[in-house]
Design a binder for this molecule. Structure first.
Ligand SMILES: [Zn+2]
Length: 144
């Protein structure tokens, strides 16, 4: 598990939309840090599939296994996650969002990483998300 200052740019690279921060990278404390730094019943949780997907990317970057497991649909959740500490995550690009209905959504994204050995790779995936109650969960994805 790694830590990140609340004022650092968020790993997910999300840009601000509000006046005064429009087009500027959001800091971690205003973006995924809201979810990763206080996961629990009384913590904020991502209100849409894209925010959940972004927070899960940041959770991979910061090696937050608890968060990743908690936001994984229970039918598909692995028992544990092995992080490769040699990997350097280079960035996330959300390509498209599809809302299928009130409780199902898909997010297509490209995540780039540099393994300890060899060249950087692109992970291009279309992920499925399902909402149960107020919580979105990652189900699974297709590698594109
Ligand atoms: Zn973020």
């Amino acid at each position: 598990m790694k830590s990140l200052a609340a004022t650092a740019p968020c790993p997910c690279g999300r840009l601000g939309a509000a006046p005064g921060q429009k087009g500027q990278p959001l800091c971690y404390g205003e973006c995924c840090g809201k979810y990763l730094e206080g996961h629990g019943l009384n913590s904020p949780f991502p209100g849409d599939a894209q925010s959940l997907m972004r927070s899960r990317y940041s959770a991979f970057v910061l090696e937050r296994e608890d968060y990743l497991l908690a936001t994984w649909d229970v039918t598909r959740r692995p028992a544990s996650i092995a992080f490769d500490s040699g990997v350097k995550w280079l960035g996330l690009e959300v390509r498209s969002l599809r809302t299928l209905d009130e409780s199902h959504a898909e997010v297509e994204f490209i995540a780039r990483q540099k393994p300890a050995q060899g060249p950087a790779v692109r992970l291009h995936e279309r992920s499925r998300f399902v909402r149960s109650g107020v919580h979105w969960h990652y189900v699974d994805g297709d590698v594109l």
